[in-house]
Structure formats: C-alpha cells, structure tokens
Design a protein around this ligand. Structure first.
Ligand code: DP6
Length: 329
C-alpha cells in the first residue's frame, strides 16, 4: 500500500491572504498561480496494518511536533474517506530550503494528498484532490492541477466543495520564467497560518478584497494574450497590496528584509533600462523575478552584478502533482 508523488511549489500572481473559515481553510479571495518546475516536494506514503502509529519524516531537516500533527490530521482526512484505521509511514523531501517563503506547505500537502490517496487506493477526481489538498494548506490546492492555476474562492457562504483549483492554461502555454533569488535561507519568524489569522485587524483588507476580483479577470486576460506587461503590472500591484495588508495587521507582519527592498528597487531600474522583468514576493524575503524565456540570460546578467544573493532557482511553468515510480523508502 505504498505510493510516491511529486508536487511543485507554486508562485501566486494574485495572492491568497486570509481565510473566511479557518477549519475548512476557505479563502477570503480567489487566487491565480503558476507551478514551479524546480522547487518541489517528493513524498512516499506507506499504509500498513503493521504500523502501530503514524511515522512522519522530513529528509534533510526536522518537522516540529506541530507540523507532524498537521500531517497526521491530513492522513486522518484521507483515511476517513474509506474508514481505514491503518497507520502510515510518510517520508518527504524538498529540493529547496524550508521556511523561506518558498511554499513548502503547498508542494508538501499536494504531494502528501496524492501519495496518501494513491497508497490507500482512494480514487478521486482532480477537483476532489484539490479540495482535499486545500484542507492541509490553502495554497496546496493550486499545486495539484497543471501549469497555470486558478483557486476559485467560492461564494462567501459557500461550502467546502465550492472552493477548488483548476488549470486555466497548461504548462507549455507560455514560456515564462520564475527566477527565484534566495536572499535568506533562514526560517521565517511567523508561519503563514498564524500570520493570516490576524488579517482582519488590517484596515486595508476590505479595500484589497474589493479589488481582487477585477484583478483576477485581468490576470487571466494577460495569460490568455501572453501579455507580460499586464501580468507583471497586476501581479506587482497585488503583491505589494498583500504586503501592505500584512504590515498593517496587529501585530504588524513584515516578511521583507533590506535585501528584498534592494532587489525591488533594482527590478524597477532594470525595467526603466528596457528589460521586461517583474517581481513578486510571498511570505518571506526572497524575490521571484518573472520574465519570458528569451530574456532569461539578460535578467541573470543583471542579477550577477548584485551583492547579497545567496542562490538562484530558475523555474519554468510545470505540470501539477503526479505519481512517480521511485519510492523514497
Ligand atoms: C503569502 O497556503 O501557506 O504564499 O492555508 O494557512 O497553509 P495556509 O497558508 P499558505 O499561504 C500562502 C500565502 C502566500 C500567498 C499565496 O501563495 O497565495
């Protein structure tokens, strides 16, 4: 009863920040993202009547007790579908450092959902898998479908089944790059779940929520037309607005560092010099540079001249979570 899944992290052009239901992980707004080819989790799950308890292991780093519990609660959701009482051994590996604002919870819970469902023989359609992955971590639902993905929030009074993710364009639709500049690989201070619980204390939240639906329409148009200027402009706007919401929460939450702000200033400068490149940042100091494949070398050339960049991860749009044959144990 063993299965292994590989799931990409994803970068959101329209961000998810705030839940209308914390238990069901129902978001306050819809979001749109792209799967990342070079930042992913691989997870093997084995269910057996022999195991006395669930065993959870992260290769190359440690899970905290709280993180292990979150994984076990997710296994319980999957076991409940077929009323199985079998315990599991779970081994997972990320190819990028934990807690840096590269969404390890997105790729991690997407891989866990697919591997656990596969190992238990639970047959679910993609939409159901996204709903299940969402219960583990909201952004994980966007790592299940292919390529460019929309997470539909569902009506405010809606139920769990109304909030799911779907592919809007396949990975090969547009030759975009996400050049991720790692300026820090230290774990972030406040986890996203805890940070988001305070979102309603920001006076700017209501204004952002009012503006997001029109932005989602525009981002989808930008993707349909492969219009980088529109995609970049709207996603920078939404990214900055999400960070302003975070920064005006009580207590204020600032995920950016001096190095982050230096990169943002550089991106604006490069654009004035004619380079088509845009930034976005999640819940951490690292900066994602969005450009087209044909501009990759020019962007890397510009980046090379900067100090304080610890590493660079170059991503293309990627397929969603899928089962693979090689197990981790
Ligand atoms: C800033 O999905 O990590 O990356 O649902 O509590 O697990 P939980 O939150 P999570 O939040 C991601 C927030 C973000 C923006 C985004 O990816 O949309």
């Amino acid at each position: 009863m063993k299965a292994t899944a590989l799931a990409p992290a994803n970068i959101a052009f329209i961000k998810y920040w705030g839940k209308r239901d914390e238990v069901l992980r129902l978001p306050l707004n819809g979001s749109v993202s792209m799967n990342l080819s070079n930042a992913f989790s691989t997870t093997t799950v084995d269910f057996s009547p022999e195991y006395q308890q669930d065993q959870i292991e992260l290769l190359g780093a440690d899970f905290t007790a709280k993180e292990k519990l979150r994984v076990i609660q997710h296994l319980d959701r999957i076991r409940a579908i077929i009323t199985s009482s079998w315990r599991a051994k779970v081994v997972t590996q990320n190819n990028f450092p934990k807690g840096t604002g590269i969404a390890a919870s997105a790729s991690g819970f997407a891989a866990l959902t697919l591997a656990a469902a596969g190992a238990l023989g639970v047959k679910l359609a993609e939409k159901e898998l996204t709903i299940l992955a969402r219960r583990g971590s909201g952004s994980a639902c966007r790592s299940i479908p292919d390529g460019f993905v929309e997470w539909v929030a569902g009506p405010l009074t809606g139920r769990s089944e109304d909030s799911y993710a779907r592919s809007i364009f396949a990975a090969d639709w547009w030759d975009l790059r996400d050049i991720l500049l790692v300026v820090s690989d230290h774990e972030k201070k406040t986890a996203t779940t805890a940070g988001m619980e305070r979102v309603k204390t920001s006076p700017l939240l209501v204004a952002r929520l009012r503006r997001v639906p029109a932005r989602i329409v525009k981002i989808k148009q930008a993707l349909a037309k492969r219009d980088l200027q529109l995609l970049g402009t709207i996603s920078e706007e939404d990214c900055l607005e999400m960070h302003q919401v975070m920064q005006t929460q009580e207590p204020p939450l600032d995920y950016t560092s001096k190095a982050t702000l230096k990169v943002l200033a550089a991106v604006k400068r490069w654009r004035q010099q004619g380079l088509a490149v845009y930034f976005t940042i999640d819940a951490g100091p690292n900066v994602h540079l969005i450009c087209e494949g044909r501009d990759k070398q020019n962007v890397l050339q510009a980046v090379k001249k900067m100090k304080g960049i610890q590493s660079i991860i170059i991503n293309k749009p990627a397929q969603g979570a899928h089962l693979i044959q090689e197990h981790l144990f």
